[in-house]
Design a protein around this ligand. Structure first.
Ligand code: FCB
Length: 498
């Protein structure tokens, strides 16, 4: 790894250790210099000034292709609760959230939105919203408490009931195999630094496909490998809480390998259902018009996007990133003959998660240009959605795309009249839907869109403070209340457009 990269990563780790919440996209708000002067925090009650061409939305004539898959997304640890039930083992997130000082207010996912017990009512909510697709994740430690061996039937049965309930309501299930809740027992053996974990993941995937494969038309392998790499191993804000850039990129390789092994396991089972990766992509733009910023942006894009896209869709890691990491990096030394062939096993679709753009300086710091949300790492820039979608199609061909996450946290409160007015979320979604629509118009084969999130939930290191749901969860009573955005979204789905 080049000295500059190492210094930059460690400087960022040091900065973010003191900047609560700046954990996600690595925004170094303090480094925002001149550009930051234009940034502000967007309230959720008013319409923020955003960089978007929302002319489409304004005309009120935005119609999506027939059968477009309007959906919502969740993940197991963030909503299920029931942390000790039916044979579930511990995950790295149980350990992390129970470690003092790791999450806001010491929050854990022990109960979360209690979805494990309330899934039937949640399915009815989804039906009432008119959802056509629901993206959820399967908790590895519910299926294999220690990450290996015979699958736990009670864990499989829960997901079978969920999937059956979706079919009964005419909602297409979309399941993610891994949304960060690695069995703690595997972490104790080295976690994703240990190549064996990728093999264990292949076995776990095979067991899940055997039990549920045909009932789930779309499978996603690993949710946001980059977030595990950056937040889990560089900045340390997520489980397992490490700050070791050299280990981080070995982890990246093993996550990619695990993805490929899961794809192969699905194919070996002979089912006809589809599978793909779920990548959070960040369009990267130079912070100014110097040649140095342009060069830094190019390399930054390699770390943010091409490391994952090129290996899966082109069968090679980007040369500039490999050169920057260096031949003696743990990642470079961990790549074996044949690995890229496994990683690039053909996929059927690409799941894109878009939240924010990144603006890169000559020194490879990232700075803010647009208003940020309650999540400081998120700049509100709908055109970034258009840019990343059209770029993927341009650079990687017409692989079908699903958006598996996009959304906004708002300081939602339940008013005395029982409503939750989240106009800011409506504005945000309208502008992003319009950007996605423009991308479709310009040739992007986008087939579905999942809002993050169906329910308010455990937002990792931020605990329960940030509310991302279309549906408000009153945690003490676990009552669900449709926010205004949920009513609005139901209309969008009904009209198939804006
Ligand atoms: C994504 C995660 C998801 C949620 C949203 C806000 O990076 O995949 O679990 O935390 O961010």
């Amino acid at each position: 790894m080049s000295l500059l990269t190492r210094r930059r990563l460690l400087r960022r780790a040091a900065l973010s250790a003191t900047a609560a919440g700046a954990a996600r996209a690595g925004l170094t708000g303090a480094a925002a210099a001149g550009i930051a002067a234009t940034a502000a925090t967007a309230g959720c009650d008013d319409t923020p000034e955003t960089g978007t061409d929302s002319a489409d939305a304004g005309r009120g004539a935005v119609r999506f292709p027939t059968g477009f898959g309007w959906g919502a997304a969740t993940s197991a640890y963030q909503i299920e609760g029931a942390a000790k039930e039916d044979g579930r083992g511990e995950s790295v997130w149980d350990t992390f959230s129970h470690t003092p000082g790791r999450t806001r207010n010491g929050d854990t996912g022990d109960v979360a939105a209690d979805h494990y017990h309330r899934y039937a009512a949640d399915l009815d909510l989804m039906r009432d919203l008119g959802l056509r697709s629901y993206r959820f994740s399967i908790s590895w430690p519910r299926i294999q408490a220690d990450g290996t061996g015979k699958p736990n039937q009670r864990g499989l049965d829960f997901y079978r009931r969920l999937v059956d309930g979706l079919h009964e309501r005419g909602i297409a299930p979309m399941a993610t195999l891994f949304h960060w809740d690695l069995p703690q027992a595997l972490q104790d053996d080295g976690g994703w630094e240990n190549r064996d974990t990728a093999d264990r993941f292949g076995d776990y995937a095979e067991a899940v496909f055997h039990a549920l494969g045909d009932r789930v038309p779309v499978w996603l392998t690993i949710n946001e490998p980059k977030t595990v790499v950056q937040n889990g191993y560089i900045w340390g804000h997520h489980a397992p809480g490490r700050q070791d850039p050299d280990a981080a990129y070995l982890v990246a390789h093993h996550l990619q390998l695990a993805h490929g092994l899961a794809v192969q396991a699905l194919r070996a089972g002979g089912t006809k259902v589809r599978i793909g990766p779920a990548l959070n992509l960040h369009p990267c733009y130079p912070a100014d018009d110097t040649a140095e910023a342009a060069a830094a942006t190019r390399l930054h894009d390699g770390y943010e996007n091409r490391l994952y896209l090129d290996s899966i869709l082109k069968g090679a890691y980007p040369q500039d990133v490999l050169a920057d990491l260096g031949a003696d990096s743990r990642m470079a030394k961990g790549i074996r003959d044949g690995d890229l062939k496994i990683i690039s096993s053909p996929v059927d679709l690409l799941a894109v998660q878009y939240y924010t753009p990144l603006y890169v300086t000559a020194q490879r710091d990232t700075v803010s240009k647009w208003p940020t949300s309650e999540a400081e790492w998120q700049q509100i820039y709908p055109d970034g959605m258009y840019d990343i979608l059209t770029r993927v199609t341009r650079d990687y061909g017409r692989i079908p795309i699903t958006i598996t996450e996009n959304g906004l946290p708002c300081p939602d409160t339940l008013a005395a009249d029982g409503t939750v007015n989240d106009q800011g979320r409506i504005d945000f979604l309208r502008d992003h839907f319009a950007a996605a629509h423009r991308a479709i118009r310009d040739g992007v084969p986008l087939e579905s869109y999942h809002v993050w999130s169906l329910l308010d939930n455990f937002e990792w290191a931020e605990g329960y403070e940030q509310r991302w749901g279309l549906v408000y969860v009153d945690y003490p009573s676990q009552r669900r209340v449709l926010k205004r955005s949920a009513h609005w979204y139901r209309d969008v789905i009904r009209k198939n457009g804006l």
